[in-house]
Design a protein around this ligand. Structure first.
Ligand code: MG
Length: 383
């Protein structure tokens, strides 16, 4: 049987305390919506994944699902019920036999839940994944400021509803049309109102709905951080001059370094390493050497720019490690100042910044004192 899924991503997500709707926030480097969509695009029985969204989120949506082959999202309504119906109407041109309706904010749905939900639809017109209530349930009394226990409610037979909720497509579309505007909170309630038998199927404790900031933090702990490493390498030739600039520190020397900016090979290598962690190209793409505005520019601005791009991705720099390769000048006397300078530029503790130096034992261009090379590694953590 053909099966489609409708993913409801029309919420504004204000409860996680972010300007960005929660379904577009990232967990371990992937947006919640993308995780949710990929749970279904990777399932062999799902032939269509239809997202319902808010048109004002178009840019966030495009970024979240970049590279995925999905039909255009359709606008939702003012309520969950309206959004569910909008999704069902959107696939009426090519109606599937079965349809699942799923919350975008449940990114950890697994194939087991999807399989069980689809399997039950062979015998019943509707299926609801759910988990039995195991905590003792109280009805509250008193006031919001002084909450009290009113009574204990027997938990026997109580279930916590999850999604994806499964239906025979024609039946649930008809039920939604009949009960439009009834203010029902999920699609199973629409099916109930239409008198359908709804089978309970085993959900999953991992299939949580991310509603609050605490849910988001718990989900991020569950997934773990997305740790990225990037590397960079740079060379500048010696030229006439009386100092070189390395890792942001001016060092008196009988030569200078040739280059369009301040020729700080250390910060250039480090900038490339940081850009490398997020696939953001190299320093020359962001600051073309052909552009006169970077002539003589202090290289800390390149480094700040790269760090800003990582921050924009919700990431933080974990550590950086730079190796300067030259015979002269001697780096050792300036190393502490370089570490302090880089730590300051990147707002890092100094134990997360390593600057080392080596010679090449007189070999090669650095050994012949024709120039200075630098290599760098950066590690970032994306949430
Ligand atoms: Mg350079």
């Amino acid at each position: 049987m053909t099966a489609a899924v409708i993913i409801l991503a029309g919420g504004s997500g204000i409860r996680v305390g972010s300007d960005i709707p929660k379904q577009y926030l990232s967990i371990g480097g992937r947006s919640i919506l993308r995780r949710t969509v990929e749970a279904f695009t990777g399932h062999p029985e799902i032939s269509r994944v239809q997202v319902v969204f808010r048109p004002e989120d178009q840019e966030l949506y495009d970024a979240a699902v970049a590279g995925l082959d999905l039909p255009a999202p359709v606008p939702g309504g003012a309520t969950r019920q309206e959004s569910g119906r909008a999704g069902l109407e959107a696939i009426a041109d090519d109606p599937p036999e079965l349809v699942l309706i799923h919350d975008a904010a449940r990114p950890f749905v697994d194939h087991g839940v999807i399989d069980r939900t689809l399997a039950v639809l062979k015998q019943h017109p509707a299926a609801l994944p759910a988990m039995p209530v195991t905590d003792t349930v109280k009805r509250g009394a008193g006031t919001a400021d002084d909450p009290l226990v009113g009574e204990t409610i027997p938990r026997d037979g109580l279930w916590r509803a999850q999604t994806p909720q499964g239906f025979r497509y024609a039946d649930i579309l008809s039920a939604h049309r009949t009960h439009a505007g009834d203010g029902l909170t999920d699609d199973a309630a629409v099916a109930e109102a239409a008198g359908m038998t709804i089978a309970l199927v085993e959900g999953s404790e991992d299939n949580v709905k991310i509603t609050t900031t605490e849910d988001l933090e718990r989900a991020r702990r569950h997934v773990g951080a997305d740790i990225r490493t990037g590397s960079g390498f740079d060379v500048h030739a010696f030229d006439d001059g009386d100092h070189v600039t390395l890792c942001g520190i001016d060092i008196p020397h009988d030569r200078g370094l040739a280059g369009h900016s301040d020729a700080d090979a250390g910060l250039h290598a480090l900038t490339d390493a940081i850009l490398g962690t997020i696939g953001a190209g190299d320093i020359g793409q962001h600051f073309p050497p052909s552009d006169p505005q970077w002539k003589g520019a202090p290289s800390d601005m390149f480094l700040r720019h790269a760090a800003g791009l990582v921050a924009d991705r919700g990431g933080s720099i974990t550590s950086v490690d730079v190796t300067l390769i030259c015979e002269r000048p001697k780096i050792g006397p300036h190393r502490d100042a370089m570490v302090a300078r880089v730590a300051d530029i990147l707002s890092l503790d100094t134990d997360r910044v390593s600057i080392k130096a080596t010679t090449t034992e007189g070999l090669g261009f650095t050994g012949r004192r024709e120039g200075i090379a630098a290599q760098a590694v950066a590690t970032v953590s994306l949430s």
